[in-house]
Ligand binder design. Structure first.
Ligand code: ZN
Length: 248
């Protein structure tokens, strides 16, 4: 077993400490550190599954390496001659491994997942926002960020004009140009929001290494990330609308 795996097993066993079903030693999240037998899946979050602290800046290379290592160790071929429960557990662990990896390797999914663990719901998914949109008959599930009101109003006019033109079989080249430059600006703003979000990953990680962090501090950083993610989603949807309108 490589040293990194041992290290990971040590940290994760802190949160999922049970005795190994086979040898009775203290078990790890996936395999017993003493006898190496696969263990029944523990109800842990994806960070804990990989033995990682709940930080947002993660070593993608190390995560990938650990993913492939665990994939190999959980491969069905390895359990061809094992008992039914070990076969079953390795399958369950394997599918959880895939979910955990898919979520953590993507920076945005990772951030959304962490926020979900923290009990935060993003606007796009929140029930209240959906109900509000339904009540007003709006297409969008999201509320327009106040700073964007004017821009979105103008953009929607242009989009409507473009759609009308399409129905009539006309294509206003000036309008196309305007929409394209609008889109370019939206994409730039989208990138800027992504960069800004990264700064809050570091803010969050700093909190994670401190002891007795006041809830107020966590709440503040979470709030910033939620706001940025919501705005980011909003821009993404606008770009999608423009793309649809520009399609021939
Ligand atoms: Zn064991």
């Amino acid at each position: 077993m490589c040293p990194m795996t041992l290290e990971i097993i040590k940290t994760s066993s802190e949160e999922s400490a049970h005795a190994c079903w086979s040898c009775g030693d203290m078990r790890a999240a996936h395999f017993c550190g003493a006898c190496g037998k696969v263990q029944p899946p523990a109800p842990v979050d994806y960070f804990t599954f990989f033995g990682l602290p709940k930080k947002l800046n993660i070593d993608a290379k190390a995560l990938e390496k650990e993913f492939y290592l665990l994939s190999r160790k959980l491969h069905p071929d390895v359990y061809a001659n094992s008992g039914e429960k070990e076969k079953h557990w390795s399958e369950e662990q394997s599918s959880r491994l895939n979910d955990a990896y898919r979520t953590l390797k993507d920076p945005i999914k990772r951030t959304e997942y962490l926020l979900k663990l923290e009990g935060v719901e993003l606007e796009e998914q929140s029930k209240a926002a959906t109900e509000q949109a339904r009540a007003t008959g709006a297409q969008k599930k999201q509320v327009v960020p106040p700073a964007l009101l004017e821009e979105v109003f103008e953009l929607n006019m242009q989009l409507e004009e473009m759609r009308m033109g399409k129905k009539m079989g006309e294509r206003d080249e000036q309008l196309v140009k305007d929409l394209e430059s609008h889109k370019e600006k939206l994409e730039k703003d989208f990138e800027a929001l992504s960069d800004e979000l990264k700064t809050y990953w570091s803010e969050w990680d700093k909190l994670m290494v401190r002891e007795n962090v006041p809830e107020e501090d966590r709440k503040q950083v979470r709030g910033k990330m939620v706001d940025l993610l919501n705005r980011r989603n909003y821009y993404r949807n606008l770009v999608r609308d423009v793309n649809e309108a520009l399609e021939n």
